[in-house]
Design a protein around this ligand. Structure first.
Ligand SMILES: Nc1ncnc2c1ncn2[C@@H]1O[C@H](COP(=O)(O)OP(=O)(O)OP(=O)(O)O)[C@@H](O)[C@H]1O
Length: 304
């Protein structure tokens, strides 16, 4: 469990994490989302004592990081994949970490095998690709068999096979009852991986909810109808509006209809003799819900 209690960090006049209060629970993957500069990495750095809050605090299994006797056995973190001594081999790097925390040396071989780096254990970490470095970082996080795991953008630089592997790893770590806290900008991947979400914007908590609730609560679900004839499309849109629905154009020949149902749209099209190429419920994605929620919190956006 990770507990944030009014966690606040300012750099100069800028408040980058602003009174964050939440509990990251064990047993499911919690996704940590927010636009660039929202304060995710700063929050994670404070969690493992790499940065200090101006006020509030963060606890790992009810203790501040500084009070953990063997931190790597309580919390494993991948924050910066390239933050490894480039001249050290992967094996030596992990061995040094293990020694510093009273972890048996055999764990090094185990975690190297888990992340698929056994064959390159003797190679210098500086020669690793970004994807290999991510795997080494994940090995480091797993080394102490901790109950809390934190990953900042873990799939950055991984190939599709690696992305799927990380997804399965995170889910199985959570199923084992661990706390898994992971940031990512890849919404489709997050939708497949996480069961719960924390969303921040400009340092403030915007949402703390199970994935399904978050999507349902922050997106418009409605009806999608495809009408190939432009004239018939206009006619159907007008009649739907007259019947109280709100209608907006979708992609190509699609109309997006809110405040109506598939049955009503189908019946109306039939009455009007309008030919349809598709009719169904629109199911919202995490990406749509996230975009709706964070639209006003994007700091470094470009205008469309
Ligand atoms: N050491 C520092 N000194 C000054 N400002 C900092 C420092 N570290 C971070 N910041 C600022 O804090 C804000 C939050 O940064 P942070 O890296 O936590 O965001 P993030 O949500 O992880 O962003 P991204 O998705 O781009 O990685 C940014 O405006 C950043 O410029």
């Amino acid at each position: 469990m990770i507990t944030f209690r009014g966690l606040t960090k300012r750099y100069g006049a800028k408040t980058v994490v602003n009174g964050l209060t939440s509990v990251v629970a064990p047993g499911s993957v919690t996704g940590f989302l927010g636009p660039n500069g929202a304060g995710k990495s700063t929050t994670m750095r404070m969690t493992v004592g790499l940065d200090h809050p101006c006020s509030g605090d963060v606890l790992i299994q009810r203790k501040p990081y500084e009070q953990l006797r063997y931190p790597l056995r309580e919390v494993g973190a991948l924050l910066e994949a390239k933050a490894v001594h480039p001249g050290r081999s992967a094996g030596r790097h992990l061995l040094a970490m293990a020694r510093s925390n009273g972890i048996p040396a055999r764990r090094v071989e185990e975690v190297l095998a888990t992340v698929g780096l056994s064959d390159v254990a003797g190679k210098r970490a500086g020669t690793f690709s970004l994807g290999m470095s991510q795997r080494l970082g994940i090995a480091g996080a797993l080394l102490g068999d901790p109950g809390v795991l934190m990953f900042d953008e873990p799939v950055n630089g991984l190939d599709p096979d690696g992305v799927r592997w990380v997804r399965q790893l995170m889910r199985s770590l959570a199923e084992e009852g661990r706390t898994v806290f992971v940031s990512s900008h890849l919404m489709s991947e997050m939708q497949l991986t996480a069961g719960h979400l924390l969303v921040i914007g400009k340092g403030k908590l915007l949402a703390d909810a199970p994935m399904d609730e978050f999507i349902a609560g922050n997106s418009r679900s409605g009806v999608s109808v495809r009408v190939p004839s432009p004239g018939e499309r206009t006619t159907l849109a007008e009649k739907l509006r007259a019947a109280g629905a709100s209608v907006s154009p979708g992609e190509d020949d699609e109309l997006l209809v809110d405040d109506s149902t598939v049955d009503k749209v189908g019946d109306l099209a039939h009455e009007l003799g309008v030919r349809l190429h598709g009719l169904g419920k629109r199911t919202a994605s995490l990406e749509q819900a996230y975009m709706e929620l964070t639209a006003s919190s994007v700091e470094y956006g470009v205008s469309a």
